[in-house]
Write a protein that binds this ligand. Structure first.
Ligand SMILES: [Zn+2]
Length: 237
């Protein structure tokens, strides 16, 4: 049997007619992103969700057919629509800014001046180079200006950005940038610790490696503050 590793660099653009923004970068097979914002076209929302689901189901059906699957089989016939629904309504719902969660802020009534840490936030995302899962934990910390955010809202911000085709570096930055703007503070730290199934379930097949990314801003650039945050994350609870 012939085995072949295909480099993404050699694949043609899937839809050259639509790729007219000139902003797309070919990142090849590397997990390194250069833009904080997810690259999207200006016409990204010309189709509504129902139209997108219909179109994705049509194309996913073609993929399955191309693989030689019998699409009249009971077990397979509903898969294209299931995948399309899952893409639009669940795992890629964070592409739609309309799905950004309400972020209720409260007055910092107690004048709490120490860092606030939300650790071990579970997330599930998908690698944009292979469309297979990335999952892991996010740890977020900030120093309040005069506002504090409901803790569950931090989880929701993480989930929102995770529900996109992602690279881990961009996910880290997007969470950090949003925390800064929502809380109106520069003092934000984000650490993402993740497993990439494109590394563990295919490719090199390494089931043990994890990828860490971090963003430290404001006071968190101070070594003592940074250490306090890291100690807190590593503390056994
Ligand atoms: Zn990947």
């Amino acid at each position: 049997m012939k085995q072949k590793e295909t480099s993404l660099n050699t694949l043609p653009e899937t839809d050259p007619m639509k790729n007219n923004s000139g902003k797309k970068k070919n990142l090849g097979n590397e997990h390194i992103g250069t833009l904080t914002s997810t690259p999207m076209r200006d016409d990204a929302f010309d189709l509504n969700d129902q139209q997108k689901i219909k179109k994705i189901a049509f194309h996913f059906n073609a993929i399955m057919e191309t693989l030689g699957l019998d699409m009249t089989d009971d077990s397979l016939s509903g898969t294209p629509l299931r995948v399309a629904n899952m893409y639009v309504n669940e795992i890629f719902s964070g592409l739609d800014p309309g799905n950004f969660p309400d972020t209720t802020l409260f007055e910092n009534r107690y004048n709490y001046g120490e860092m606030i840490v939300e650790k071990n936030i579970t997330f599930f995302s998908n690698c944009e180079h292979h469309f297979v899962p990335i999952y892991g934990k996010v740890h977020v910390a900030y120093f309040s200006s005069d506002k504090v955010i409901g803790l569950s809202k931090i989880n929701r911000i993480v989930q929102y950005f995770a529900k996109r085709p992602q690279v881990q570096e961009r996910l880290t930055m997007q969470i950090a940038e949003k925390m800064k703007s929502v809380l109106d503070t520069e003092h934000v730290a984000v650490i993402v610790d993740a497993t990439h199934l494109c590394v563990s379930s295919r490719g090199v097949g390494d089931t043990n490696s994890q990828t860490g990314t971090a963003h430290f801003n404001g006071k968190f650039k101070d070594e003592i503050i940074k250490k306090e945050f890291l100690n807190y994350i590593n503390a056994i609870t």
